[in-house]
Design a protein around this ligand. Structure first.
Ligand code: FAD
Ligand code: FES
Length: 269
């Protein structure tokens, strides 16, 4: 069930370079939300009319020090909406519509989850890491890329909670210099594809690159997509992507209801 609630900011922690971890508490949404699903977040009284979509980063228990019903959103300041959000202090009101979208499929207990994150695309992985552990999956292998070290805001958390962490930055300020697909391709070389599943979230060019690695090789791969979203629940048709229909013909899929997570082979990019 989709709920529309008014909540108060519990914390809005600056993590550097415009990255923030926002915490609020909402018991019913917290009890129903799955990793990979998202909220539409509104800022009442700010003059910003449209709510903005954000993935759930933390569910109750994801971050050790977070109180009972708390939910977290990891966000980066991009424009007016996120600028306003970044200025909100403890107690400020937010409207939250959720849970929205489908969320990730947690791999089976024999399958290693291989996370690929581009910058703020790391947002859904803390909650997913916990769900994979609860399902008995092997520890995730994470490939975390960004423009620079300042855009790897949860690096220490992933270092503590993933089996392997590979980093790449375009300016070489952390990990290997270059794109995250470099270390990923080396890791994939010669491995049995039945033992792992790729899960990727990040900017569009990164998702295209991952799709182009996964689909020709027949690798299992889930992609978490982004689009401009006016409603978040299927009515404005503003978030469609071209996909392969049942008969192979190109169709259109609303990311907000049938995504944001889609199998890579479904995309007609
Ligand atoms: C399902 C989903 C989950 C998301 N999860 C997160 C998250 O966890 N953390 C996070 O920081 N961001 C997330 N985003 C992106 C986030 O919604 C946008 O960054 C935010 O709406 C920008 O709002 P703004 O008013 O600050 O910027 P705007 O002024 O609206 O835009 C600023 C710039 O960002 C671009 N932009 C805006 N929205 C998007 C979008 N949806 N996709 C790509 N580019 C966009 C604009 O083209 C413009 O260049 C998610 C988006 C979707 C669709
Ligand atoms: S955002 Fe309105 S239909 Fe998807």
């Amino acid at each position: 069930m989709i709920l529309d609630k008014t909540v108060n900011v519990v914390a809005n922690e600056a993590l550097g370079n415009g990255n923030f971890l926002l915490t609020f508490a909402e018991e019913t949404i917290a009890g129903e939300m799955l990793p990979g699903q998202f909220f539409m977040v509104g800022m009442p009284g700010s003059g910003i009319l449209l709510r903005r979509p954000f993935s759930v980063c933390g569910l109750p228990g994801t971050f050790d020090d977070s109180p009972g019903d708390s939910l977290q959103v990891l966000y980066k300041v991009m424009g007016q909406g996120t600028q306003v959000l970044s200025g909100l202090g403890t107690g400020a009101a937010l409207t939250v519509l959720g849970p929205l979208g489908n969320g990730f499929t947690v791999p089976g207990p024999e399958v290693t989850p291989v996370f690929v994150a581009g910058g703020i695309g790391s947002a859904p992985y803390p909650a997913l890491t916990r769900a994979c552990a609860a399902a008995g999956c092997p520890d995730p292998v994470m490939f975390y890329g960004a423009r620079s070290a300042a855009d790897l805001p949860l690096l220490d958390w992933f270092d503590d909670h993933c089996g392997e962490l590979h980093t790449a930055t375009e300016d070489g300020s952390a990990g290997e210099q270059g794109l995250v697909t470099g270390p990923l391709l080396r890791w994939l070389e010669g491995r049995d594809p039945t033992t792992y599943e790729l899960i990727a979230c990040g900017p569009d060019p990164m998702l295209h690159a991952i799709r182009n690695i996964a689909v020709p090789a027949g690798l299992r791969c889930q992609l978490s997509l982004e689009a401009h979203m006016a409603c978040g629940f299927g009515v404005c048709i503003g978030c469609v992507v071209p996909t392969h229909g049942e008969d192979g013909a190109v169709d259109y899929t609303r990311i907000c209801v049938d995504g944001p997570v889609l199998p890579a082979e479904k995309l007609a990019w």
